[in-house]
Write a protein that binds this ligand. Structure first.
Ligand code: 9WO
Length: 454
């Protein structure tokens, strides 16, 4: 594989190209890295590569003519070196820029399949936009920060891509085994001594029990990713083993302390009067399925009307009855397939008189009161956004949290005022904003706990 780096500071690259894995690959001839200096494509006495910006402003801009000539020379040099008969592929031309697409391990793997990549490094305040239009196929960023030039970013690309070039790493498979290829962070590593300054190597690693070591490492990877990079974990596809290992972690599951309360009082009616709404079968069942699917710790149905709570209890007792048990007749739909998993979904449901009772029940179970997060379909000042709450839940797995959802026309302000946070509304891209509470619950749970993988 061939790289050409277009840079006015070619000497910057030398250490990377002579050291370690990349250095050895170049020595062995599996990888070649060439430099082209845009100054060699100037025609004035001062070899000028920059000029002041049109429209004014601070700093200088890299001129279009030397840079485009240097990029074109990269292809010509490769063609001249190729076998006379072989028609060389046009190189892939990349500009290193913080405005580019963020580099991922997946893109690294794709780049490694290319025969020739030209990495263009800007300096000063930026490059003339016509360089991008005429001579660049793709812009790549290595992160959301600004460097003083593209060279350090280009070195990162060479290092990451080289690891996938056949023959560069010892074993062909090892580039893929590490972090990110699987969207999980790596498990912790240890080597001798077994004890250092009072810190011991985990016993399991010294046990020689390969299966226990494998599952411990997997569990550590899941726990670390959950705590440090919930964004990565969201894209991780959990297999049955991962689900089991993750749930088995002490507080590893971010939904383990989270409860949802469906509030029937105090809520608004269509005229913004504070009322008590009626329990509905559909809300009870559908939200129970959602809370069970996303692994919540429980679902409170909140109503001050005792007869309504009795109705909930009656519905629950019917569905929780073991299949074929007393009162279930052949042909009843509750003896149909699916009846038992509906019982499972409803097992976390509890009817309570008010939010205070839900708080008390959670405090009794967790030893501390929950943080209460209200939801609203109307935007509120200082509302908590979903990424922030998601990160917070993943960083404090098992911490008690109570999500309040209002029926009718939404939670009354007097109840929202008692909550610790107000969650941002679920918004589509239209002015129409009338999700059912069942749909809002599903969207909110998916944003907080859902897997985003395909
Ligand atoms: C800088 C810039 C800032 C905001 C939005 C777009 C931008 N593009 C550039 C740019 O192309 N800058 C040139 C290269 C000239 C100044 C130094 N350059 C640079 C590249 N700084 N930081 C990078 C970089 C490249 C890849 N990943 C992270 C940062």
């Amino acid at each position: 594989m061939r790289f050409t780096v277009v840079t006015i500071f070619p000497e910057m690259l030398a250490p990377v190209l002579t050291t370690g894995v990349v250095g050895r690959a170049i020595q062995a001839g599996t990888l070649s890295v060439h430099m082209i200096d845009p100054r060699d494509f100037t025609s004035d006495r001062h070899r000028t590569v920059d000029d002041s910006p049109y429209g004014g402003g601070p700093g200088m801009v890299m001129k279009v003519e030397p840079l485009v000539a240097a990029i074109e020379a990269a292809a010509e040099a490769a063609a001249a070196e190729a076998e006379p008969a072989g028609e060389p592929e046009r190189p892939h031309r990349v500009l290193m820029s913080p405005a580019g697409r963020a580099l991922t391990q997946e893109r690294v793997r794709e780049l490694a399949a290319l025969a020739h990549i030209v990495l263009v490094c800007g300096r000063y305040e930026g490059v003339d936009e016509r360089v991008v239009e005429l001579a660049i196929d793709e812009q790549i960023s290595i992160g959301d920060f600004v460097l003083s030039g593209g060279e350090v970013a280009a070195m990162a690309v060479i290092d990451a891509v080289a690891r996938y070039v056949p023959g560069v790493l010892g074993e062909a498979a090892s580039a893929d085994e590490e972090s990110f290829s699987e969207a999980l962070l790596e498990y912790p590593h240890y080597t001798r001594p077994a004890s250092f300054r009072g810190l011991d190597v985990p016993e399991v690693l010294q046990s020689g029990h390969h299966e226990r070591i494998r599952t411990w490492r997997r569990q550590q990877a899941l726990a670390r990713t959950s705590a440090r990079r919930p964004d990565l974990l969201a894209r991780h596809l959990f297999g049955d083993e991962d689900r089991r290992l993750w749930a088995g972690l002490p507080g590893g599951d971010p939904a383990a302390g989270v409860y949802l309360a469906l509030v029937h009082y105090p809520v608004y009616d269509r005229g913004r009067r504070v009322v008590t709404s009626a329990i509905t079968n559909l809300d009870l069942h559908d939200i129970a399925r959602s809370t069970a699917t996303y692994g919540l710790a429980g679902y409170f149905v909140v109503t001050p009307v005792a007869a309504q709570r009795d109705k909930v209890a009656r519905i629950l007792s019917v569905w929780r009855r073991p299949e074929g048990g007393e009162g279930a007749r052949p042909g009843d739909n509750r003896t149909q397939p699916g009846a038992d998993n509906r019982a499972e979904a409803l097992s976390g449901v509890e009817a309570v008189a008010d939010v205070a009772a839900a708080r008390a029940a959670i405090e009794a179970r967790h030893g501390r009161p929950p943080r209460v997060v209200a939801t609203s379909a109307r935007a509120g000042a200082g509302a908590l956004d979903y990424d922030t709450l998601r990160a917070r839940l993943h960083a404090h797995p098992g911490a008690p949290v109570l999500l309040l959802l209002g029926t009718g026309w939404g939670l009354a302000d007097e109840l929202v005022a008692t909550a610790d946070d107000l969650l941002a509304p679920v918004c589509g891209r239209t002015a129409f904003n009338h999700l059912s509470v069942r749909s809002a619950a599903a969207v909110i749970l998916d944003r907080l706990f859902g897997q985003r993988g395909s």
